[in-house]
Design a binder for this molecule. Structure first.
Ligand SMILES: N[C@@H](CCC(=O)N[C@@H](CS)C(=O)NCC(=O)O)C(=O)O
Length: 311
C-alpha cells in the first residue's frame, strides 16, 4: 500500500529506509579564498531542536565566536512551508531574521534559483555576497574550529587536532551512520525490516560507545574532540525524544549506559554548553512536526527517564 504524503514528509525511499539528502552548499571559509574569514560577515541560521545545527552552536560557543558570528533561531515547529522565524516575545528562544528579513528559512535557499533540495538548518550565510556558504554541519564546525582564531576568545584550542584526525574521522563515520543518522533511520522507516535493521545497528553502536567510554574519558582517548560534540547532541535527545518518538526503546541512556551518561554530564557541565540545550524546542519540534509518525501531535508530559545532566 502506498500512502500519499505531502512532499515535506516523504523521507523514505522505496525500500522503506530513510535517506538523508547530501548537503548542497559546500563552500569553505579560508584565507585567500572566495570566502575569507572575517568578523561580522557570516551569519548562522539554526534550530535549537536540530542535532546537526546544535553542533554548530556548541563550537561557536566554545570558540567564543558569538560576537563576530550572529545567529538567527527558527521556531521549533517545522510545518508545511518548513522552518519559520518568530518574534522572541511570541516564541521563547526563537528570533526574527534580522539579516534578510525572511519569514521562512526556505527564502534564503530560493535566492539560489536552481536549488531543488530540502530547506535544512544549519545554514551559514554570507552577508557580503548574500548567499549560503555552507549547509553541512560537519564542515561548519571545522571552519568555526580553525578559521576564526583571530577573533576567538579561545584561539589555538582545537577540537580536531592533527595528531588525532584519523581516529576522529574513523569514529565519526560509524557514529554518524548508525547513531546520529541511525535514530532517524529507525524513526522514519516505513517498513518493519528497515526499522529493525537500523534500530538493532543503533544499539550495537551504543554498546560499542559504552565500552569505549568505560575505558576512556572521551571518545578519542582523554581528549575532548569534535567526535564528542557530534555524538553529544544526539545523546541529549535520546531519552526525551528518540526513545519514544523514533521507537529506539531497547534501552535508555539513563538506565542502561552509565558511562555514556557520565560522559554526557561531563560535557553538559562544561562552561557554555548547558545554555545551548533547549529541551522545550527539542521536544516540541519532534512531537509536533512529524505528523507522519505522531498524527495527533501529542507531546509527552515528561522528558522520559531523567537524564539529570546537571547532577
Ligand atoms: N547534513 C545536514 C543535515 C541537516 C538536517 O537534516 N536538518 C534538519 C533538521 S534536524 C532539517 O532542517 N530538515 C528540514 C527538512 O528536511 O525539510 C547537516 O548535518 O548539516
Amino acid at each position: 500500500m502506498t500512502t500519499q504524503l505531502p512532499s515535506i514528509l516523504k523521507w523514505a525511499s522505496e525500500d522503506g529506509e530513510f535517506k538523508r539528502q547530501v548537503s548542497s552548499f559546500r563552500n569553505i571559509i579560508k584565507k585567500g579564498s572566495q570566502y575569507p574569514p572575517a568578523a561580522n560577515r557570516y551569519h548562522l541560521y539554526v534550530s535549537l531542536a536540530c542535532p546537526w545545527a546544535h553542533r554548530t552552536l556548541i563550537v561557536r560557543k566554545l570558540k567564543g565566536l558569538e560576537s563576530i558570528i550572529g545567529v538567527s533561531v527558527v521556531h521549533y515547529y517545522m510545518g508545511e512551508n518548513g522552518w519559520k522565524f518568530s518574534d522572541p516575545s511570541v516564541t521563547r528562544g526563537a528570533t526574527l531574521d534580522t539579516v534578510n528579513g525572511a519569514e521562512y528559512l526556505r527564502e534564503l535557499y530560493l535566492k539560489t534559483p536552481e536549488y531543488t533540495g530540502r530547506f535544512t538548518v544549519p545554514v551559514l550565510w554570507d552577508k557580503e555576497t548574500s548567499t549560503i556558504v555552507n549547509n553541512e554541519s560537519s564542515e561548519i564546525i571545522r571552519m568555526f574550529n580553525s578559521e576564526f582564531d583571530e577573533w576567538s576568545s579561545n584561539p589555538g584550542v582545537t577540537y580536531y587536532p592533527d595528531s588525532l584526525k584519523d581516529q576522529i574521522d574513523e569514529i565519526n563515520t560509524w557514529i554518524y551512520d548508525t547513531i546520529n543518522n541511525g535514530v532517524y533511520k529507525s524513526g522514519f522507516a516505513t517498513t518493519q525490516q528497515a526499522y529493525s535493521k537500523n534500530v538493532n545497528q543503533l544499539f550495537v553502536s551504543l554498546d560499542r560507545v559504552e565500552d569505549i567510554l568505560s575505558k576512556n574519558k572521551f571518545l578519542v582517548g582523554n581528549t575532548f574532540t569534535e567526535a564528542d560534540i557530534r555524538l553529544f547532541t544526539t545523546i541529549v535527545r535520546f531519552d526525551p525524544v528518540y526513545h519514544t518518538h523514533f521507537k529506539c526503546n531497547q534501552k535508555t541512556i539513563s538506565d542502561s549506559y552509565p558511562h555514556i551518561l557520565k560522559w554526557a554530564r561531563t560535557i553538559y557541565q562544561m562552561p557554555g554548553i548547558a545554555e545551548t540545550v533547549d529541551m522545550e524546542h527539542i521536544k516540541k519540534h519532534y512531537y509536533l512536526s512529524h505528523k507522519q509518525i505522531n498524527p495527533y501531535q501529542i507531546v509527552p508530559e515528561w522528558n522520559g527517564p531523567d537524564l539529570s545532566l546537571k547532577a
